[in-house]
Structure formats: C-alpha cells, structure tokens
Write a protein that binds this ligand. Structure first.
Ligand code: HAM
Length: 418
C-alpha cells in the first residue's frame, strides 16, 4: 500500500517554504510595529467552545468540524478557527490584568471538513490578529490598516476591502425582523437550508452559495439602513480613519461573515486572482464573545488571513529568489575528510552555509555536486594540500582559484569568503 496525504490535507514542500517564510517574517515585522504579541493556543479544544462561539447554525459548526469523543466521553474538536481559542486563553489566563488592551496574534493550522477545491483545504493555515479591551473605532481601524499594510508589503495591488456593520443588540433585531419578512415572501424560491434559516438565523441566508438564494439576497434590505445612532457613529468614524489614510474600500451590506459572534464592523479582503475562493482575509468586531465564554464584558476585534491563498499568489516571486550554499568543501581521502568535517562545523556555527559530501567520492563527482547545489565557492583539500599546508579555493562563477593557508583555516576561509 502506498501512503499519500489524505484528501484536503496538503504537504508544504521545501520549494514552497520560501514563500511561507516571507509571509511569516513580513507579518512578524509589521505586527510587532503595531504592538502585537504572539500567542500559541493548542489545536484541540472542547467542542462546546466552538459551538458556543461560532454558532450552532453556522456551516462550520453544523457540518465542518473534526470532532470526536475522548475516553471519558467528552467532545473534543480540532480547531476550525483561532478566535475562540485565543479568547478562551485570554479569559483563562486573565491576560487583561496585565494590560487592559491586549493585542495578540497567532499563526497556525485550522481544520474544516469542507469540500476541497482550489484555495480551499481541510487543513489550512491562518494568521490571526485580535485586539481585546477596546470598544472604539480606532482599534477597528488599527487592525484593518495593519491588514492592508501587510498586503502592501507583500506587493499585492489588486485587492478590494469590503466593509459592513452588523449593528448591535439594540438595532439588529429590527433588521432581522425586516429581513425575515422579506425572505418569508420568497421561501418557495429558497434552498431547503435557507428555508430553515429564515426562522432561526436569517442573516445566514446572505452566506448561501446556491444561485437562487444569491439572487434573492441581492435585493434584500440593507442592515446599514437600520443602524442605531451609536453604531452609525462608530462606523462613520472608522470610515473617516480609512479615508484620511487613503485606504480604498467598498461598502458591502451583504457581508455578514460565516460566524455568529460578530457585531458592528465586519470586513473581508478579496482578490480577483483566486476564482470562487476569493477571500484572503476576513474579520470583524466580536464584543460579546469574551462575556459569552464566561469572561468579563470586554470588547474585541480581529481578523484571520488565509495563508494558502496568499502564498499561492506569492509563489512566483519567491521561487525566483534561489538559495545556494556559500561554500562546498571537497575533501579527498580519509585524512582530509576528518579535518574538513571539523572545519565545516565551525564555519556553520559562524553562520556560513557550507556543504560537504557524505560519502567519499572523487574530485570530479564532488565538483559536479557542488555545481548542482549552486555553491558559490569550492574549497579543495586532498593529501597534497594537507602536506603543503595550502588549500585551493575556487570561485565557481569566475573560475579564479586562490590559495588559502590551512593554519587557522577557518578564520582564513571566513576572511576569503568575505
Ligand atoms: P474566516 O472567514 O472563516 O474567519 O476565515 C478567514 C480566512 O481563512 C478566509 O478569508 C480564508 O482566506 C481562510 N480560509 C477559511 N477557510 C479556508 C479553507 N477551508 N481553506 C483555505 N483557506 C481558508 C475566521 O476564521 C475568523 N476567526 C476571523 C476572525 C478573527 N474574526 C475575528 N478575529
């Protein structure tokens, strides 16, 4: 039997690793300038944490979670997203006691049993950023601007920032009723899932991918017309911050996002280059979640970026940045091999990428390997060189050869390599 990765789970191969590293290092640099600290919650949590946070009626909880029971019969789930886990950790470790405003980020895999397709996997990776403890639109602007700057640093220029407000407990009920009324008139044309959603959670109809339902919601009433004064002012102030920094956005009143914890600001960054799975980042405010999970009444906002989708758009650029060893040491004969083995370790410790053959091949084979690896220089040491006390350093591009004194060879090599 041949083992292959299971459906929807994918290997990230060495040739792709460069793009992942660029994405991670750009993120870390930018996020630290915005004052975010890293947190690493576990991948496995109690099932109720997700069902309560994300909502029983959502696609994620109703059909996409990898859940099982442990030996005590307790339901456990591989996290489908990170916000619930980060919030649980925020509450459990009382992170708010150290700092009333906590800015946290986490990078790692998530698991959703969705139908795999281009840009959609069952194990995928997200970069999550969350701010706890600030209710105002400035923290909304903070996370949205940080997200836009991240894409800017990565060289993306085709993105569209979609913005909406879902209102609050004051104003959303009136909108829900209005939407219910609108949808009830059209139940016959809705899919069977949406017919049920009309009564339990009508906003979820906006997420439906069935053509008939998309048609119906395209003419649905807009939540933006129903915002109370506080939500309206919050949203307008956020828009002001974005406009003053010339961050372009489009208002999209159908952007309800697929998770129930959101209130007020929601946003999604979309690209035209990915087909159906066009969202590279999504987020919003979730002021009620900390309290819902048993913590203090602290507001929060955040987003998650889909790393596979972003990396797939990055790949071309990073693949062209080839990486090659600084030096290949060609040792010929048992004595030279022993001496060179010690040298390469010292050179590596000093930070130089040095390669040496694991076997005992002849010069021709070793030069061939050095060429294949793209080594910039080759240091050749055989019995003759050991006897004369001088090794040969060959520049693979110019073919120029220099002699290097073997006394203090490591220091001499480091110097000769610049
Ligand atoms: P989400 O919209 O479910 O939000 O996921 C965020 C991003 O993760 C998506 O925009 C997409 O790029 C990526 N993503 C989601 N599912 C998949 C998949 N099956 N395969 C590949 N990529 C995928 C959340 O997860 C929220 N927790 C975001 C958030 C953080 N809201 C507040 N804080």
């Amino acid at each position: 039997m041949e083992f292959t990765a299971i459906k929807g789970f994918k290997d990230i191969l060495p040739e792709e690793a460069g793009s992942w590293q660029v994405l991670e290092s750009t993120t870390r640099r930018l996020f630290s300038a915005f004052g975010f600290q890293e947190i690493k919650p576990p991948l496995l949590e109690r099932t109720e944490l997700f069902s309560r946070s994300i909502g029983e009626e959502t696609d994620i909880v109703s059909k996409e979670m990898y859940s099982f029971k442990n030996s005590k019969g307790r339901g456990l789930t591989l996290r489908p997203e990170a916000t619930a886990s980060v919030t649980r950790a925020y509450i459990q470790h009382r992170l708010y006691q150290k700092n009333p405003v906590q800015k946290l980020f986490t990078i790692g895999p998530m698991f959703r049993h969705e139908r795999p397709q281009k840009g959609r996997f069952r194990q995928f990776h997200q970069i999550n950023a969350e701010i706890f403890g600030d209710p105002g639109p400035k923290s909304d602007a903070d996370v949205i601007i940080m997200a836009m700057y991240l894409f800017d640093s990565l060289g993306f220029d085709d993105l569209s920032l979609n913005l909406n407000s879902l209102g609050c407990l004051e104003c959303r009920p009136a909108f829900r009723e209005e939407l219910k009324g609108y949808l009830r008139d059209k139940t016959d044309a809705l899919c069977s899932d949406c017919r049920r959603r009309v009564e339990v959670n009508p906003l979820r109809v906006f997420d439906c991918k069935v053509e008939g339902c998309i048609q119906i919601v395209s003419e649905a009433p807009s939540i933006l017309e129903f915002l109370c004064e506080t939500c309206k002012v919050h949203f307008e102030r956020l828009i002001g911050y974005l406009e003053r920094l010339n961050i372009p956005f489009v208002l999209n009143h159908k952007l309800v996002r697929g998770l129930d914890y959101y209130n007020r600001t929601t946003f999604e960054i979309q690209t035209t280059r990915l087909g159906a799975q066009n969202a590279v980042l999504g987020g919003g405010r979730y002021d009620g979640l900390v309290k819902l999970l048993g913590g203090p009444d602290h507001p929060a906002i955040g987003f998650a970026l889909g790393m596979e989708r972003v990396v797939s758009l990055l790949e071309e650029k990073v693949a062209s940045e080839e990486k090659n060893p600084d030096l290949f040491v060609a040792a010929l004969g048992g004595n030279a091999e022993k001496v060179c083995f010690n040298w390469i370790m010292e050179l590596r410790k000093a930070g130089m990428w040095v390669e040496m053959d694991y076997g005992s091949k002849g010069l021709k084979a070793q030069m061939k390997r050095a060429g294949r690896l793209g080594a910039k220089k080759v240091f050749i040491i055989g019995e003759d060189e050991l006897a004369s006390g001088k090794g040969v350093l060959r520049d693979m591009e110019t073919k120029v050869q220099d002699e290097v004194d073997l006394k203090d060879s490591v220091a001499n090599l480091l110097r000769a390599m610049g």
